[in-house]
Design a protein around this ligand. Structure first.
Ligand SMILES: C[S@@+](CC[C@H](N)C(=O)[O-])C[C@H]1O[C@@H](n2cnc3c(N)ncnc32)[C@H](O)[C@@H]1O
Length: 358
C-alpha cells in the first residue's frame, strides 16, 4: 500500500470550504477522486484519496502556482499518534518508503491554537533535521549539475502527540513555511495595506525580474488613499498617478513622484499607456473584473495587480466567475496574457490577482 493517503491543504482560517471546493475541482480535472474532511475555522482541509500514487502524481504535476486559496500542500500519511518520549526517533522509524528529502519543515495550522505550537515546531524541526543529517538521510536539493532530492519533508502538527508526516515537491509548493510570507511593516508607509502589494510582487514577479519589470516607469494606483500601495511603487522608482477622492499621505506627496487625481477610479483612464496599474478599491468583484478587461483591451498598461473583494456567500463560485469573465473577454480580443490569483497572507475577505499582457 502507498505510504500516503491524504493531501493536507493549509488555508486562511474560515476559508476551508473554498479550499475544499478548489482542491476537489482541481483533482477531479486530473482524474483523482476522494472526499474532504474539514472543520470551519481549523485552517486546513484534509483530502482523503483512495489512491496514494495518484495523489503523489497530482502534487508533482498540478501547478501549485495556479491555486488560489491553498497556501501550502503536503502529501501525507494518516495522522500519527506519538508518545511523548523520543518523538524524533518515532518519526525516524516512519521514514521507510518516504523518498529522500532535501530539507525538513515542521508546520502547524495558522489559527490561534495552532500558533501556540510555533516554539515546539521550531525546536522539533531542528532536532529532527540534525538527526536526519547525522543519519545521512537528508540529501541536498537537486541542481542542474547534480542529482539530488526534489522533495521537502513536511510535518503537519496538530499537537505534541498528533501529527502527519508528509512530503511536497520543492519546486511545486509554497516557497515559505505554511505558505506565509512574513514581511516587516515599513514604518514610513502610510498604511498596513502596503504589505499586500509587496507580498503580491513576491508571489507573482520572480525576484530576478524585479529590476526590469518593477523599476522606474509609470504607474496608476486606483483607490490609492492614504497611499500604502503608492508608497511601494514610489520605492521602486515609479511615477504614480494616485486616483482617489480621499486624502493622500502628505510625506508621500512630498516625494515629488505622485500626482493625486481626485476622480472615480472606475472611469479614470490614463493619458498615455503606463507600465503598471494597481487597484485596491472596495466594490463588487465583477465591476473590478470588467474594469480590468477595459484596461487590457485598450492597452492602457502592461501589468496589473488588483483585488477582488469577496462576497459574503458563494465566495469560490464568484471568484471563478470573475476570473472566467476576464479570460473570456481577453480571448475574444485576441490578447495573450498570464492571469494568476491568490489569497495572500495579508488579504482578508479578498483575493489578489496579477494580469500580465504580452
Ligand atoms: C482599501 S482602501 C485603499 C488603501 C490603499 N491601497 C493603501 O494602501 O493605502 C480603498 C480606497 O479606495 C477608494 N475608493 C473606493 N471606491 C473608489 C472609486 N470609485 N474611485 C476612487 N477611489 C475609490 C476609497 O476612497 C479608499 O481610499
Amino acid at each position: 500500500m502507498h505510504k500516503f493517503s491524504q493531501l493536507i491543504l493549509q488555508c486562511r482560517a474560515g476559508f476551508e470550504k473554498e479550499t475544499a471546493a478548489e482542491i476537489t475541482a482541481c483533482l477531479a480535472r486530473a482524474g483523482v477522486y476522494g472526499y474532504c474532511q474539514l472543520t470551519e475555522g481549523q485552517g486546513y482541509v484534509s483530502f482523503q484519496g483512495s489512491d496514494g500514487a495518484l495523489l503523489q502524481q497530482a502534487v508533482e504535476n498540478l501547478p501549485f502556482d495556479e491555486l488560489i486559496y491553498i497556501r501550502q500542500w503536503t502529501l501525507a500519511t494518516d495522522w500519527l499518534e506519538l508518545s511523548r518520549d523520543d518523538r524524533v526517533g518515532q518519526i525516524r522509524e516512519q521514514l521507510d518508503g518516504v523518498p529522500a528529502c532535501a530539507e525538513v519543515w515542521v508546520e502547524y495550522p495558522d489559527t490561534t491554537e495552532g500558533r501556540e505550537l510555533a516554539t515546539f515546531c521550531r525546536k522539533f524541526g531542528s532536532a529532527l533535521a540534525q538527526r536526519l543529517k547525522k543519519d545521512r538521510w537528508l540529501r541536498p536539493a537537486a541542481t542542474e549539475e547534480k542529482r539530488g532530492s526534489h522533495w521537502r519533508l513536511q510535518l503537519f502538527v496538530l499537537s505534541g502527540e498528533r501529527m502527519a508526516l508528509g512530503i511536497a515537491p520543492l519546486a511545486n509548493s509554497a516557497p515559505w513555511p505554511q505558505g506565509i510570507l512574513r514581511l516587516k511593516f515599513p514604518r514610513q508607509a502610510p498604511s498596513r495595506s502596503t504589505l499586500k502589494l509587496e507580498e503580491a510582487w513576491h508571489w507573482f514577479v520572480p525576484r530576478e525580474e524585479w529590476d526590469t519589470r518593477l523599476t522606474g516607469g509609470r504607474a496608476v494606483d486606483l483607490g490609492a488613499a492614504p497611499g500604502g500601495w503608492t508608497w511601494q511603487l514610489v520605492q521602486r522608482g515609479m511615477f504614480v498617478s494616485a486616483v482617489d477622492n480621499g486624502p493622500m499621505n502628505e510625506d508621500l506627496m512630498e516625494s515629488g513622484q505622485v500626482e493625486h487625481c481626485r476622480e472615480d477610479g472606475y472611469v479614470y483612464t490614463p493619458v498615455k499607456p503606463v507600465d503598471w496599474m494597481v487597484c485596491d478599491m472596495v466594490d463588487k468583484p465583477i465591476r473590478t473584473a470588467a474594469m480590468v478587461v477595459e484596461w487590457a483591451v485598450n492597452g492602457y498598461c502592461r501589468e496589473m495587480i488588483f483585488n477582488l473583494k469577496l462576497p459574503m456567500k458563494q465566495r469560490y463560485k464568484e471568484t471563478e466567475r470573475c476570473l472566467q469573465h476576464i479570460e473570456d473577454a481577453l480571448a475574444l480580443a485576441g490578447l495573450q496574457w498570464q492571469l494568476r490569483a491568490r489569497q495572500l497572507y495579508h488579504d482578508r475577505e479578498e483575493i489578489t490577482c496579477h494580469l500580465r499582457l504580452f
